[in-house]
Design a protein around this ligand. Structure first.
Ligand code: PA5
Length: 449
């Protein structure tokens, strides 16, 4: 089971300061379960794990098997919450070098991503690869109108139709979108694409346990039943109590608010496994988009150690003292590898010969935590036994629940993202989108070439 350790924040906030948030946390938990808080239309994720039905899981697995049989590559088109959850889980579980394996070695489609940027070179390079391989795709957009995935889908849909014909392409496209509205829904109806629904009451960044995450994860060959089981077990655990002494999500939410109140405005998620890099990206979106509003919010950042100890380590140790860290610690590796002994011992490493590399990594983690605590950086530690579907399911639900609690404690709506619209309005004005004529005129005055 996931464990939260707060011993290395103790010197920075007192237990009284943390406990002072208990009332807000209890109110937050009440608001989540009774749908009485801000954004209560978006609480579908709360009971989602235990309510996913067998038919939905079986249907996703059937579609995944079809894709596995017909495609070497599966392209996931989406941005933000419409791709980060799937990517977080797939990257955490896949072979670190799956792109260098042959299809026979991998035995499952290689998952690639599109629609998460507007880079012409990125999409062109993707087309180069897709010219040579059999592929299928899913296009994921709740609104169905987001520019980045819509552009990528237009390109890849044309490419698929040129490659396989209209009928062949239809069998290789799965749309995941709103149940009744939006351009993607309409297009899917017109073209006869297989579709899955993003529920109305679940926002993008809380959607990983809907088909948005489950379909790509299943296509990649991972066990979505165990992922859901991990989430269900965490859902049941967190629902039992709102006490910060019994509910780890409540403790994490209270303690990070206490740190924030003491000037710690940046939280860095630290991991020692490069395959968790996209888990950090998912977490950054979840917390950044949920809490960063009304001039408030902890800034979520991430490092992968020990790599980043040789780049960001200096700042974390001695820069501005506004940081706290949460180490995502993995107790056991999946594979064995020991450091060999050498007769010459020129590199002077024989003192650790015979040890597992993971042991050295663990010592690096402990050493870094202590050094950072000495440097006035409080450290949470969240540990999981190993990187499996089950543990990731637990982590996902833990972070979602803690995010909602933390957001309510901060006094904001953790389920909206009004600030995301500002760049879109400017971009549409610059691109001359019909309906934006006034904005186009105004923005042109601001940019002098
Ligand atoms: O969390 C969110 O709501 C956002 O990150 C969205 O997922 C993202 O903007 C993509 O939106 P859509 O799925 O409508 O294309």
């Amino acid at each position: 089971m996931l464990k939260l350790s707060i011993e290395n924040i103790a010197g920075f906030v007192s237990s009284d300061e943390i406990s002072s948030f208990q009332k807000a946390i209890t109110n937050g938990q009440h608001a989540i379960f009774n749908k009485t808080g801000q954004g209560s239309d978006f609480l579908g994720w709360v009971n989602l794990p235990s309510e996913i039905d067998e038919d939905t899981i079986a249907d996703i697995e059937k579609t995944a098997s079809y894709i596995q049989a017909h495609a070497e590559i599966f392209v996931v088109i989406g941005i933000g919450g419409s791709y980060l959850g799937a990517r977080a889980v797939i990257e955490a579980l896949k072979h670190n070098f799956d792109f260098a394996q042959s299809h026979d070695e991998r035995q499952k489609p290689l998952v690639l991503y599109a629609g998460q940027n507007l880079s012409q070179d990125y999409l062109s390079d993707l087309l180069d690869i897709l010219n040579k391989r059999d592929y299928a795709l899913t296009v994921i957009s709740k609104s169905g109108t987001t520019t980045e995935p819509a552009v990528a889908f237009r390109i890849l849909r044309n490419h698929l139709e040129d490659k396989y014909g209209k009928d062949g392409a239809r069998r290789r496209i799965i749309a995941i979108t709103d149940k009744s509205e939006g351009a993607l829904k309409q297009l899917s109806l017109n073209e006869g694409y297989k579709t899955y629904v993003v529920p109305d009451d679940i926002g993008g960044r809380y959607s990983v346990l809907t088909p948005v995450g489950l379909l790509p994860i299943s296509v990649a060959g991972f066990d979505i039943r165990m992922l859901v089981k991990g989430a269900v077990d965490m859902q049941r655990k967190l629902a039992q109590s709102s006490s910060i002494n019994e509910n780890p999500a409540a403790m994490y939410a209270a303690a990070r608010n206490a740190l924030y109140q003491n000037g710690k405005v940046i939280e860095i998620m630290v991991n020692y496994q490069p395959n968790l890099c996209f888990f950090t990206e998912w977490w950054k979106q979840l917390y950044g988009e949920s809490e960063g509003k009304e001039g408030k919010g902890i800034f979520p950042a991430g490092v992968v150690n020990t790599t980043d100890l040789h780049s960001m380590g200096q700042y974390i140790q001695e820069g501005e003292r506004k940081i706290f860290e949460t180490v995502l610690s993995v107790e056991n590796p999946q594979k064995n590898l020991r450091i060999p002994s050498e007769t010459g011992n020129l590199d002077k490493l024989n003192f650790i010969a015979g040890k597992e590399i993971h042991f050295v990594n663990q010592m690096a983690e402990i050493a870094t935590t202590l050094a950072h605590v000495d440097g006035q950086v409080p450290n949470f530690r969240i540990s999981i036994p190993e990187v499996t579907e089950y543990s990731l399911g637990q982590l996902i639900y833990f972070y979602e629940f803690a995010c909602a609690l933390s957001g309510y404690t901060l006094g904001i709506n953790p389920f909206d993202q009004p600030g995301v619209e500002a760049y879109k309005k400017n971009m549409f004005a610059l691109l001359g989108k019909p309906g934006f004529e006034k904005e186009t005129e105004e923005i042109k005055k601001r940019i002098k070439e």
